[in-house]
Design a protein around this ligand. Structure first.
Ligand SMILES: C[S@@+](CC[C@H](N)C(=O)[O-])C[C@H]1O[C@@H](n2cnc3c(N)ncnc32)[C@H](O)[C@@H]1O
Length: 275
């Protein structure tokens, strides 16, 4: 059989030049699509690990550097780090899904937990929801009735602004966990954290989360208490480690000179393993 000048043979079958061109185009397109998918996934992974801001003064780590439950396998996040979560839409609290996931996953292995700053109780609920049945979760907040006990230092940077923010976030007297099956795990404390006596919690906490007033003097006071409350090997977390939250940013950058505090990449969480 002869081959026409405007055709060729593929796999013994006679095809026109147009069909050959279409086939080549299809192969090239598939190759490009595969490359784009591979590049996209790689870029997504790279972005996820990127800090939210430049110039963290603390060493940066990934969750898997904090605890083995976050060790990734070939599919990504392993089931050891699965946790019950709740979306952040419409919530007054500003913890992102990634931030609350780190805390919720660690709550699964924490019997005693304490949170400075309840707000809507979204994180409190998720800590209690993920913690073992016999866990207890302490959490302290101001309310409109107790707000008068708030006393920042005159020397706190941007004092008036942070006092107003603390006031705005102290409007809740009913919380996400209220009326849920996990309410019994929660010990709600109302009052000012500088006046809070942490003695009964000393050395008992597996996990403490500092997210109360962001004024420098409060971050310092809450941190000193949280470190006393956390047992050896336990974890202290801070939220809002970022330049706009000047009290948290300044205090942790100073404390990081003497303690091995780390910044978790892609979040505003800072963390210390107590030794
Ligand atoms: C940023 S919100 C906490 C958000 C919450 N941790 C979450 O993840 O959903 C701040 C909370 O800290 C509380 N707070 C602010 N100043 C406080 C103080 N001096 N003593 C106790 N709680 C305080 C506010 O009442 C509010 O509940």
């Amino acid at each position: 059989m002869g081959i026409r000048p405007d055709s060729g043979l593929i796999g013994g079958k006679q095809v026109t030049n147009l069909e050959i061109v279409l086939l080549v185009l299809l192969i090239v397109s598939l190759g490009l699509a595969g490359w784009a998918l591979k590049y996209g996934l790689k870029e997504r992974r790279r972005r996820k690990g990127r800090p939210l801001f430049d110039g963290s003064a603390l060493p940066e780590v990934n969750p898997q550097d904090i605890d083995e439950i976050f060790t990734e396998n070939e599919t990504g996040t392993a089931l050891t780090a699965e946790a019950v979560l709740l979306g952040e839409q419409g919530s007054q609290a500003s913890t992102t899904l990634d931030e609350v996931w780190v805390l919720a996953a660690l709550a699964k292995k924490s019997r005693t937990i304490f949170e400075f700053g309840t707000c809507t109780g979204r994180t409190t609920y998720l800590l209690a929801r993920n913690a073992p049945d016999d866990a207890r979760v302490g959490t302290i907040t101001l309310t409109p009735e107790t707000m008068d006990s708030y006393h920042a230092d005159d020397s706190d940077p941007d004092n008036a602004r942070w006092t107003q923010i603390a006031k705005d976030e102290s409007m809740f007297t009913s919380f996400h966990y209220s009326g849920t099956p996990v309410e019994g795990k929660v010990e709600q404390i109302f009052g000012d954290s500088k006046e809070f006596d942490e003695t009964k919690w000393a050395g008992t906490c597996d996990l403490t989360f500092i997210d109360g007033s962001h004024a420098y003097s409060y971050v310092k006071s809450d941190t000193e208490k949280a470190i006393r409350m956390t047992k050896k090997g336990g974890l202290v977390f801070w939220h809002d480690y970022s330049p706009p939250c000047v009290g948290v940013w300044k205090y942790l950058n100073e404390l990081g000179q003497s303690l091995p505090i780390k910044h978790i990449k892609g979040t505003r969480l800072a963390v210390l393993r107590v030794s």
